[in-house]
Design a protein around this ligand. Structure first.
Ligand code: S3P
Length: 176
């Protein structure tokens, strides 16, 4: 059986990639794959520990390896870490296997969703709100490389899922 192209979710931390991804996978009857979860399982550590023990650059190497491994299969919903776009190579690899959907949200919404999170090492700073703003600004051009961008700020998970499903069907049927 020929499997359908992957549906890949990219976007900043706290935009709902993993939650929406699980819903999408269920609806499409696809496998759900979360790159951060693969990394955590492989190393037996959470993301903060990986950052503190090995540094961000090593984390990015491991992330790129995980992307390559996951991209070997089709018929999957793939949720990526927010920084996956930092390496052009990852985008190229993922685009070859399917369609990229970018979830966005305003900095205030992201801050509210993540203010109690302890496993976002990049936001463990004295002023996380400014950090979010700064990272969002610098990454926006990278996130906009997606096939489709959706602002989740005022949408429910169900609504986001429906919009993406519709767009995914259009994309695989060649209607852009
Ligand atoms: C990161 C996002 C995180 C995780 C790591 C780095 C980033 O994933 O990969 O903390 O650089 O934006 P989520 O987007 O799932 O939080």
């Amino acid at each position: 059986m020929i499997k359908k192209p992957n549906l890949i979710l990219i976007g900043f931390m706290g935009t709902g990639k993993s939650t929406v991804g699980r819903f999408l996978a269920e609806k499409l009857n696809f496998a759900f794959v979360d790159i951060d979860e693969i990394i955590k399982r492989a190393l037996g550590m959470d993301i903060s520990e990986i950052f503190s023990r090995f540094g961000e650059s090593r984390f990015r190497d491991i992330e790129t390896e995980a992307v390559k491994a996951v991209a070997k299969k089709k018929g999957q919903v793939i949720s990526t870490g927010g920084g996956v776009v930092l390496r052009e190579e990852n985008i190229v690899t993922l685009k070859k296997t399917g369609f990229l959907f970018c979830l966005t949200a305003t900095e205030d919404v992201i801050f509210e969703r993540l203010k109690y999170s302890k496993d976002r090492p990049l936001l463990q700073v004295s002023d996380p709100k400014s950090r979010i703003k700064e990272l969002l600004l610098s990454r926006m051009p990278l996130y906009s490389k997606a096939d489709y961008v959706i602002d989740t700020s005022s949408l429910s998970v169900r609504e986001v899922t429906e919009i993406i499903l519709k767009k995914y069907e259009e994309l695989i049927n060649g209607k852009t």
